[in-house]
Design a protein around this ligand. Structure first.
Ligand SMILES: Nc1ncnc2c1ncn2[C@@H]1O[C@H](COP(=O)(O)OP(=O)(O)OP(=O)(O)O)[C@@H](O)[C@H]1O
Ligand SMILES: [Mg+2]
Length: 268
């Protein structure tokens, strides 16, 4: 089991952000966490990273139960985390290579001297993710798409068992997004692939490798199960509270809003 949330609730500043979340992920079961703005997606990720502690319930990640021991650094080295929120925390002035290197220490910025082995691993990952051409460029000056690739390379430095991608296509244009999704698919298909959690509110980004989906709404699990069963017109119309249609093209779902009866009448 990679992840086990049992009856997890989270209260912050007097407000229930998550309520009675139950979620299990087995090794190799790439999963999607889908929900609208404010559903609680980032709150769950903060729990998984041990940045937040649950108000109630149990969180077990990679066999380690929170609260039982201090998990901070040990856990963070086994979890790769890619999020645009990380970008604000990176050291100003670091180049792409240094940002990737820092992943080896699960730290922001370099506090330890990297060994030759670590340096060559960073170079290999920069090559794999197609970032080698801008390895020496100041990270801050990279485009959004380039930055996201660098962050994925960084997250893979510790060979994590779990890789969390929090809206990784934020700010990317169509081409950059599709390139990034191709890369994610390649990583997923590697024999030593980490189990991946893909967090998004864009349906069309959900790749076929993500077999399981959790629909999160107002801090609660609305439903969960096999992706193809979660992403139907019926299920999503209920979830979103408006009539929608899901169509599949090239194994990818597309979401469109159906005209309500009143709108259809007005058009006529
Ligand atoms: N520390 C906090 N104190 C009070 N409310 C909070 C706190 N952190 C998050 N929230 C609230 O909890 C809810 C869930 O927030 P969260 O950031 O997890 O949403 P999200 O699903 O990641 O949304 P988005 O898609 O917009 O990123 C929001 O209504 C947010 O305002
Ligand atoms: Mg969020």
């Amino acid at each position: 089991m990679v992840l086990q949330l049992e009856g997890v609730s989270l209260r912050r500043d007097g407000k229930w952000i998550l309520q009675n979340i139950n979620w299990e992920i087995k090794k190799g079961e790439h999963s999607v966490l889908f929900g609208l703005n404010g559903a609680g997606k980032t709150a769950i990720l903060n729990l998984l990273n041990a940045y937040y502690f649950p108000t109630a319930g149990r969180v077990t990640v990679l066999g380690m139960e929170f609260g039982a021991t201090y998990l901070g650094e040990k856990l963070r080295k086994q979890i790769g985390f890619v999020s645009s929120s990380l970008q604000e925390k990176l050291h100003k002035g670091d180049n792409a290579f240094e940002v990737v290197l820092s992943g080896a220490f699960a730290s922001i910025g370099l506090y330890e001297v990297p060994t030759d082995e670590i340096r060559s691993k960073a170079i290999t990952l920069l090559e794999t993710l197609g970032c080698i051409d801008y390895a020496n460029q100041n990270y801050e000056t990279l485009s959004q798409g380039e930055k996201q690739r660098v962050l994925i390379a960084r997250s893979l430095m510790t060979d994590p068992s779990l890789l969390i991608l929090d809206e990784p296509t934020n700010g990317l244009d169509f081409i950059a997004r599709e390139q990034l999704l191709e890369t994610i698919e390649l990583i997923a298909k590697r024999p030593d692939a980490p189990t991946m959690i893909y967090v998004t509110h864009h349906l069309e980004e959900i790749l076929p490798v993500f077999e399981k989906t959790v629909l999160l709404k107002d801090g609660k699990v609305f439903s969960s199960g096999n992706t193809n069963r979660m992403l139907t017109s019926e299920s999503l119309s209920q979830f979103l509270g408006i009539p929608v249609e899901v169509t599949w093209k090239n194994n990818r779902p597309l979401l469109s809003k159906l005209k309500s009866a009143i709108e259809a009448e007005n058009v006529r």
